[in-house]
Design a protein. Structure first.
Length: 150
């Protein structure tokens, strides 16, 4: 009887922890706007990892080329320069790490330079998302702050 109670308790704990971890990992899902208000990204789950795509960006810098016509002209791969920036996956491969309550091992693509960097994501406060793009060392990276759109 004691063994049965022990096993049941362990199973309940495992199930609870699994759901709790899953709920935590999904906190980044949704639409986020940059602190500067110049880009909106949507973060989604994709086969166990997380990715983000551009939903909107400020196109007032170049009125001759509206947002829906802008292409990835800075991409080092000539074959990708005709893909549209709107809808582009710019953040890919993030995995949730419950030990630090953050998402790591991702890649972020900078459409302004055509460069790919490593990335990590952390939620600071309830509705503030910090995305860090870095080369080799996170402390040498650049961090962008986003707030959740409701």
């Amino acid at each position: 009887m004691i063994l049965k109670i022990f096993v049941s308790t362990i199973l309940v704990f495992i199930l609870f922890y699994g759901f709790s971890s899953s709920e935590q990992s999904n906190l980044i899902l949704g639409k986020w706007i940059s602190q500067e208000g110049n880009v909106i990204v949507q973060l989604i789950e994709d086969s166990g990892t997380f990715k983000g795509k551009i939903l909107w960006f400020d196109d007032t810098d170049d009125l001759n080329r509206p947002m829906n016509l802008r292409t990835d002209i800075k991409n080092p791969d000539v074959n990708l320069r005709n893909r549209r920036i709107l809808g582009l996956d710019v953040l890919v491969g993030l995995t949730y790490n419950p030990e630090c309550n953050c998402w790591q091992n991702g890649k972020i693509y900078d459409t302004n330079s055509g460069r790919i960097r490593s990335s990590s994501v952390k939620i600071e406060k309830e509705n503030l998302l910090k995305i860090c793009g870095f080369w080799h060392f996170e402390f040498l990276g650049r961090t962008m702050v986003f707030r959740r759109l409701f």
